[in-house]
Design a protein around this ligand. Structure first.
Ligand code: AMP
Ligand code: MG
Length: 503
C-alpha cells in the first residue's frame, strides 16, 4: 500500500463540461514543470470553495496547482472557442495555455470552474509556448482579487505558483501558473465557435449547459434562449457600468474575452486610470484606442450583437422572427448600460433623488477633472469628506479636494453648484458621506504599484511587496492609515503609460 502522502489528491471535482460532446474541447493534462513553488494561496477563497487550504499548501497540493499532478477527480481539458479579435473574426482560438481541471460547489452553493493558466501547450496553442510568466500572473492575481473586493463581478484567483523554469518573452523571465476560478469559462466566442461551423446542435447543448448552470430561471421562460440572451445583455450592462465606476479599463474586450456569466475575465493589459481622461488606453497592442475607457459600453454592445448573431438559429424557427428577437434583445443594451452607468456615477457624487440638470452637473465635474488632470480615484474619495451640503462645514475638506486640480478654483466653481444641488437631497451629510465612501474606493491596484511588485519578484525573488499590495486591496473602502501611500497617485516619473499582454 502506498504511504498516505503519495495517494493522489481527490479534491472532489465535478466535470459537467467534460460531459459535453468531444468536439467542445481537447482532453489533455497540464504539462509538468521543473520545480514548483507556491507564491500565494487565497485562503478565504479556498475555504469558500470547500478546498482545504492545508491540502493545497502541501507539497502535493502545490503539485496540483502547478500542473504536476492531476487530482483523481479531474477530467482535464482545454476548451474550444473562437472570437473577434480587434474586430476580426478568428474561427479557432481556444485555451492555448489553460487547462480546466473541473468544478467545485462552494459553501455558498455556487458551482465554479477551476482552471490552470500557464499550464503548457494544448492543441489550441498555435505557435505559443502555453506558458505564462510571473508578471501577468501576479497582475491577474492582484487585479482580479481587487475587483472582487471592490464589488465588481469577476473571475478570481485561488493561487499563484512559480514553475522553476525560465521562459522567453522579450527577455528570459520566470514562468508561473495561476489558478483561476470562474462561475463559467464559456465566452461569447464559445458560441461563435459553433455558429461558424453551423453546428446548431452543439450551440443548443452549450446554451442549455449555461442556462442550467448560470441562468436556471431562463429555462422556465417561453423562449429560454431569448431569455438567456436578455440575461447576458442585462448582466453585461451591470458589469461594464461597474468598470466605469472604478475607472477600470479591460484593454482587450475581444469576444473571446467576454464571459457569458458576466464576470470580468482574461486580465491582460488591463489597468486602472490614474488622472481622469475618457480616452485613456494602456494596452500596447490597442493602437487605435478601440478599447479605451469611454468606448467600453459601445464595445460591449458590439460584442453582444455578435452573441445574438451566433444564437440566431436558437431564437426562432424562421429567420425573420429570429432576427427580430436578436435585434430587440441587443437594442435594450444602450438603455440598460446608460441607466446603470448614470446611477453608478450619481452615487459617486452623493445624489439619491433625480433632478433635472444632474447629468450636466456630473459632466461638468468630469470635464473639469480632465482639464485639471485630477486623479479619478482620489478626487471622488476626497469628495466623500466634503459631502455636507453646508459649505461652511466643508471648508477643510474642500482644501483636500481642490488640491487634486491643477487650478483649484476649477473645483470651487463646481462645488458651489454641487452644494446647491445637495441641499435638495433629503439625507444628512453623514449619511451621504457613508454612502459615498461605499462606492468611492481609497485603494485601487495602481499600475506603478503593480510594476514595482513585478520588478521585486523578477529581480530579487521578493514577493513581500506582492503580498502587501494584495492585502491592502482586500479592503479598498477602508482608510487604512498605515498604508495610505498606496492610495497615492504616481509621481511624474512613476507614471505607467503602456501595459502589455499576458502572452
Ligand atoms: P488572450 O490574449 O488571453 O485573449 O489570448 C488570445 C488567444 O491566444 C487565446 O486563444 C489564448 O489561449 C492564446 N494564447 C495566449 N498566450 C498564449 C501562449 N503563451 N501560448 C499559447 N497560446 C496562447
Ligand atoms: Mg483570452
Amino acid at each position: 500500500m502506498p504511504a498516505i502522502d503519495t495517494l493522489p489528491i481527490a479534491l472532489g471535482l465535478e466535470n459537467s463540461y467534460a460531459r459535453l460532446p468531444e468536439r467542445f474541447f481537447a482532453r489533455l493534462a497540464p504539462t509538468p514543470v521543473n520545480a514548483p513553488q507556491l507564491i500565494r494561496l487565497n485562503h478565504q477563497l479556498s475555504n469558500l470553495l470547500n478546498l482545504d487550504p492545508e491540502v493545497l499548501t502541501s507539497a502535493q497540493g502545490v503539485d496540483v496547482l502547478a500542473g504536476n499532478q492531476v487530482p483523481e477527480s479531474s477530467e482535464p481539458l482545454a476548451m474550444a472557442y473562437a472570437g473577434h479579435q480587434f474586430g476580426n473574426f478568428v474561427p479557432q482560438l481556444g485555451d492555448g495555455r489553460a487547462i480546466l481541471l473541473g468544478e467545485v460547489v462552494g459553501k455558498d452553493g455556487m458551482r465554479r470552474d477551476i482552471q490552470l493558466k500557464g499550464s503548457g501547450r494544448t492543441p489550441f496553442s498555435g505557435i505559443g509556448d502555453g506558458r505564462a510568466w510571473i508578471g501577468p500572473v501576479l497582475r491577474e492575481y492582484i487585479v482580479s482579487e481587487a475587483m472582487y473586493a471592490l464589488g465588481v463581478p469577476t473571475t478570481r484567483s485561488l493561487a499563484a505558483v512559480t514553475t522553476g523554469e525560465m521562459i522567453w518573452r522579450e527577455t528570459i523571465v520566470p514562468g508561473a501558473v495561476l489558478t483561476r476560478v470562474a462561475r463559467s469559462l464559456v465566452r461569447v466566442g464559445t458560441f461563435q465557435y459553433f455558429a461558424a461551423r453551423r453546428d446548431v446542435e452543439a450551440m443548443q447543448l452549450l446554451a442549455d449547459h449555461v442556462i442550467a448552470r448560470i441562468f436556471p430561471e431562463c429555462a422556465e421562460a417561453e423562449n429560454p434562449y431569448r431569455a438567456f440572451l436578455d440575461a447576458v445583455v442585462a448582466g453585461q450592462s451591470v458589469l461594464v457600468a461597474q468598470w466605469m465606476r472604478v475607472g477600470f479599463i479591460h484593454g482587450v474586450m475581444n469576444t473571446d474575452n467576454m464571459s457569458v456569466a458576466c464576470e470580468t475575465i482574461d486580465y491582460g493589459p488591463c489597468a486602472f486610470m490614474d488622472a481622469y481622461h475618457p480616452e485613456t488606453v494602456f494596452s500596447s497592442i490597442d493602437r487605435a484606442g478601440r478599447y479605451a475607457y469611454v468606448n467600453q459600453p459601445y464595445i460591449a454592445h458590439w460584442n453582444l450583437a455578435c452573441l445574438a448573431q451566433a444564437l440566431l438559429p436558437l431564437l426562432a424557427a424562421d429567420d425573420e422572427t429570429a432576427v427580430a428577437e436578436a435585434q430587440a434583445a441587443v437594442d435594450a443594451f444602450p438603455g440598460l448600460i446608460g441607466s446603470a452607468r448614470r446611477n453608478a456615477m450619481r452615487g459617486k457624487i452623493g445624489l439619491v433623488s433625480e433632478q433635472e440638470g444632474d447629468d450636466a452637473l456630473l459632466q461638468d465635474l468630469l470635464e473639469r477633472m480632465v482639464d485639471n488632470r485630477a486623479d479619478f480615484t482620489q478626487t471622488f474619495r476626497a469628495l466623500c469628506d466634503g459631502a455636507a451640503a453646508d459649505p461652511d462645514i466643508s471648508i477643510e475638506a474642500d482644501e483636500s479636494i481642490r488640491s487634486r486640480f491643477s487650478d483649484p478654483q476649477a473645483f470651487d466653481v463646481w462645488a458651489r453648484k454641487w452644494r446647491r444641488r445637495l441641499q435638495l437631497e433629503n439625507v444628512t451629510g453623514e449619511t451621504r458621506k457613508a454612502a459615498m465612501r461605499a462606492v468611492n474606493p481609497a485603494f485601487i491596484p495602481r499600475n506603478h504599484r503593480i510594476e514595482a511588485v513585478i520588478n521585486a519578484a523578477v529581480e530579487n525573488s521578493d514577493f513581500q511587496p506582492f503580498h502587501e499590495l494584495v492585502s491592502v486591496l482586500e479592503k479598498p473602502y477602508d482608510d487604512q492609515p498605515d498604508f495610505a501611500a498606496y492610495s497615492n497617485a504616481p509621481e511624474q516619473t512613476e507614471i505607467v503609460h503602456r501595459t502589455f499582454c499576458g502572452t
